[in-house]
Ligand binder design. Structure first.
Ligand code: NAP
Length: 249
């Protein structure tokens, strides 16, 4: 095996403090990577990194508010001083600020676009060059089924998630010659803090649209991420994988 294959890879996961991101971070660490866990609060990413290290894997925490381009640029500088290259980037951090359009404040629009979509632009700009120079890399963007179907009351969130799909496909074409793949995952309803706050009636209606008749688990998304981050997915780029119990066919 070449030295390149035995050296541990570095992964960065945004929104790794809780929910889907935390599960992705744990999976990638179990896959042998050194994982940089990013989240908004220090206690959240710190807790996730600590948990991963307690299991005997490699991780570190980094507090970054991904809605700020300046914070991401500073973080990328710091990370590249220390690690030279981030091999796997998972853009997972996301928020919802749901409302019907006529009741939606501009701030609800902007904060969702900044956190969910603009952050991807800043992270990829900040970390993409060393990846393309190394001629190996994986960028995985966590979108949503509503980025494909739309959803009443989620114009901001759906627009951001659809934007991630366009970004994924364009960058897959830009980076392909450098063996950097860019793919997206579109989860359906996954059991996390984001969905636990929905009222029971909305949850019931949601469940009735899922052929497999259950909400997804965070591991369902983490396992697809592990595959896309691995050598096994090297001939796959520019794709969107729905992991949604069959909601969107
Ligand atoms: P979650 O449980 O609410 O966790 C969100 C994570 O994102 C947290 O770690 C949070 O940091 C981080 N985050 C939020 N705003 C941030 C900011 N400005 N800067 C840095 N980190 C920030 O969410 P989830 O359900 O796991 O969702 C993860 C991703 O999957 C999101 O992009 C979401 O849109 C997408 N998704 C989820 C579902 C679902 O059903 N759950 C479905 C489709 C798509 P703190 O821990 O510090 O607060």
């Amino acid at each position: 095996m070449s030295e390149e294959n035995t050296k541990s890879k570095v992964a960065l996961v945004t929104g790794a403090g809780r929910g889907i991101g935390r599960s992705i971070a744990l999976n990638l660490a179990q896959d042998g990577m050194h994982v940089i866990c990013v989240s908004k609060s220090a206690s959240s990413c710190g807790g996730a990194a600590e948990f991963i290290k307690q299991q005997g894997y490699q991780a570190e925490a980094l507090q970054v508010d991904v809605s700020s381009g300046d914070e991401i640029r500073n973080a990328c500088q710091k990370i590249l001083d220390q690690h030279e290259v981030v091999d796997v980037l998972v853009n997972n951090a996301g928020i919802t600020r749901d409302n019907l359009l006529f009741r939606m404040e501009e701030d609800d629009w902007m904060s969702v676009i900044n956190t969910n979509l603009n952050s991807c632009f800043h992270w990829i700009k900040g970390l993409g060059r060393p990846m393309t120079r190394k001629r190996w890399g994986r960028i995985i963007n966590i979108s949503s089924v509503v980025g494909l179907t739309g959803n009443a009351g989620q114009a901001n969130y759906s627009a951001a998630k659809a934007g991630m799909v366009g970004l994924t496909k364009s960058l897959a074409r830009e980076f392909a010659a450098r063996s950097v793949t860019v793919n997206a995952i579109a989860p359906g309803f996954i059991d996390t803090d984001m969905t636990s706050s929905l009222d029971e009636r909305i949850k019931e209606v949601a469940l009735s649209t899922v052929p497999l008749k259950r909400f997804g688990k965070v591991e369902d998304i983490a396992d697809m991420t592990s595959f896309l981050a691995s050598e096994k997915s090297s001939y796959i780029t520019g794709q969107v994988f729905t992991v949604d119990g069959g909601m969107v066919m």
